[in-house]
Design a protein around this ligand. Sequence first.
Ligand SMILES: [Zn+2]
Length: 344
Amino acid sequence: MSLNILHNPDAADIARRPQDFLRQLADPTLIVVDGRDNSRCRAVSTLLHGNEPSGLKAVHGWLRRGERPRYRMLFFISSVAAALTEPLFSHRQLPGERDMNRCFRPPFDDRPGLVAGEILELLERYGPECLIDIHNTSGMNPAFGVATHEDPAHEALVTLFTRRLIITDIRLGALMETSRPDFPAVTIECGGNRDPAADRLAVEGLEKFLSRDEVLQLPATGLHLDLYHHPVRLELDSETRIRFADEPDPDADITVPRHLERYNFGRVGTGTFLFWLGPQGRARMRLRDASGGDVLSRYFNCIGHCLYAAQPIKLFMVTDNPVIARSDCLLYAAPESGHTMLDS
Ligand SMILES: [Zn+2]
């Protein structure tokens, strides 16, 4: 096995600091903690990305308190080596390896793929009733959830943490894509990976997930959720030079104005200026929808060296970090659909 499995670790044996706790684990680890009732089981995944520590900190703090969960708990802590690579908590994955949260579909033949395959086997073996996968974004974002299914069970899981939910039909090989009606799984983006508010949100949401009798039902009184459908991803070639600045950088393929973050989860009207593009900028970016095709011209207009919104959209910045933006997605956009009231 690539994964270690620990059963009911003694709180007194767990190192005081999260990074020292990771050194104790050394490898990807499943921690099984028996509950007051073991007829049911729930699962938490965290640190699939080594630079996203809010979920790890919440799990570590809870384990150190030595409490019992309501039901048996599975805690998967995955990218231990990436997180421990100096500088601490700055590597999404180990250099040269695939993104761990793109490996939950075949082939499972490299190291992160083997870990992902074993996580799927262990989920099959223990049969948890649901899973939350806790992440951070790289910018100063508000929290949001992502799910592949739109139903009360997925919505109830997300509302333990946040009232914003993106329903995605894009398939990347992420853990939450293994969701089924009898095993709802969601991604929770707690907020920025250096934001103390994101750490608190993870602690509070995890506490509810561990202690509540039911986590898959919405309150009978109903609640208000902001729902976003059919997001598209802005993907950049790995060699793209991206800068965050208030005027176009002549050496950059894409210059993102710093104020763009103010549109986060807000409305962007037709004709709104978004980025400056260098000569190679357009050729190095693609806007992917669920079909995998490039739909950039449907959402954005390139006029001169500038990129504008071609229709009213909602923007979700997922990173303001050029290091990460070069290897992943810069932002999501969704056609403006407003929000949905869920009333009982
Ligand atoms: Zn992540």
